[in-house]
Design a protein around this ligand. Structure first.
Ligand code: RNT
Ligand code: ZN
Length: 418
């Protein structure tokens, strides 16, 4: 597309939106400020760099075997930079503990230190990227079915030490980058059949968390992520949504909403306003559940649009952190990042282009036909002309032209990884 065509399409879109009282220039400015936290694990199928490298466990699964997976830290960094170059704006990188640089040595999970992430911190600084972090309960000989809720002291204490070590790393990252590091805590603890004593494990988990969080930090923020079920752990999840919602509300922790971790007819968008009243902030793991938490690449679905609108309508962009979480190994992995990030941005752009004043006026005066009519018309408003303008301004490929870039990268880089 020619620049002049993009500009003239934008100009007429701008006028159409202005008629509804929407400032498209302002929407573009706001979109530019939305940072997504890119999950590092899409690049290598959640493998990580531990010397002992166990296979993926913890009730999560990657399907597919598309060639070109990142096999080491350099390849992973190269892929992240390639993906970022095709996504407008400044974004963050979300690391898991198993992505530390351990120098080929066995560093057990409870021995991990900030120095194992020194390379990442320097790299992120060079590229103007902020880091987020995650403890890793899965893919380890001590993972089993239970970690922080394990009744056995040795196993539980091992994972408590691990999680504490991770918080210290997140603190260091946050301090160095001058922006809080969001540290996500997700554990897979659960069981295949219903335990006779459901309460017991939840009590243990509460105690473990209290112990872990007893150390106060300034530069990191704790997020706790619930789940519906894991593969092989279908009947009981210790850290269910009720559990973490209760814990977060009572103890002022941030609840992570992974959009793939709920019953399929549940609305994640509808949770936002309640959480904002009772918990400090919200962390999102944007995913796309297909029949279960199957971690499909995020696309611009109605659910995602609804979620983005809800956040914008609640004026909560400052309080909601947007991370992505999926792992698809059936297609080009860099393409998977780019599709998911751009889809998320498109959803937020459309939310930012809503005529909030007008819609609220209609609502306040009981003009529900008018409210519905405008919402319906918005679906066919020229938001994509505004999106093209965003990409042009951000100097990233407009429209589908990023496909070619990814094909080139595949030919010259990822296809050579054999
Ligand atoms: C798993 C959770 C969790 C993981 C990552 C790898 O169901 O969604 O966030 O996907 O930590
Ligand atoms: Zn998640």
């Amino acid at each position: 597309m020619k620049d002049t065509d993009i500009l003239s399409a934008y100009q007429s879109a701008k006028e159409r939106y202005a008629a509804l009282g929407v400032d498209t220039d302002l929407a573009l400015e706001k979109l530019e400020k939305i940072s997504l936290s890119l999950h590092c694990w899409q690049a290598d199928d959640v493998t990580g760099f531990e010397a002992q490298g166990e296979s993926l466990s913890g009730g999560i699964q990657v399907t597919g075997n598309y060639p070109g997976r990142a096999r080491n830290v350099d390849e992973l960094r190269e892929d992240i930079l390639k993906a970022s170059s095709l996504i407008g704006g400044k974004h963050r990188l979300n690391l898991h503990e198993i992505y530390g640089e351990f120098g080929g040595k066995k560093v057990d999970r409870d021995e991990v230190l900030p120095e194992h992430f020194e390379g990442w911190m320097q790299w992120a600084d060079e590229h103007g990227m902020y880091l987020d972090f995650n403890s890793t309960s899965f893919s380890h000989p001590k993972s089993g079915d239970m970690t922080l809720s394990h009744p056995n002291d040795d196993i539980r204490n091992f994972w408590i030490r691990h999680t504490k070590a991770c918080r210290a790393i997140a603190e260091e990252m946050g301090k160095r980058q001058g922006d809080p590091c969001m540290m996500n805590l997700w554990i897979h603890d659960g069981s295949k059949e219903v335990p006779v004593n459901r309460l017991r494990y939840r009590k243990i988990l509460e105690e473990s968390l209290d112990d872990i969080f007893s150390i106060k930090y300034e530069n990191m923020k704790d997020c706790i992520e619930a789940k519906l079920f894991g593969i092989g752990l279908e009947n009981y999840t210790v850290g269910s949504y009720d559990f973490y919602l209760g814990y977060g509300a009572k103890k002022g922790k941030i609840v992570t909403l992974d959009t793939g971790h709920f019953h399929l007819t549940e609305s994640i968008a509808d949770k936002v306003s309640s959480l904002l009243l009772f918990t400090p902030e919200i962390m999102l793991h944007v995913s796309r559940p297909v029949r279960w938490d199957s971690d499909h690449v995020v696309t611009m679905t109605d659910d995602l649009l609804d979620l983005a609108r809800e956040i914008v309508r609640s004026d909560a962009l400052e309080r909601v952190h947007i991370g992505l979480d999926y792992f698809d190994a059936t297609i080009n992995r860099i393409g998977a990042y780019v599709i998911g990030c751009r889809a998320t941005q498109k959803a937020f752009l459309q939310a930012l282009l809503e005529p909030q004043l007008l819609l609220n006026q209609y609502e306040d005066s009981g003009k529900y036909f008018q409210r519905l009519a405008v919402q319906e018309e918005l679906k066919s408003m020229p938001w994509q002309a505004v999106w093209d303008m965003f990409c042009m301004k951000m100097n990233v490929p407009v429209g589908e032209s990023y496909i070619l870039e990814i094909e080139k990268y595949e030919q010259t880089v990822t296809s050579k990884r054999v």
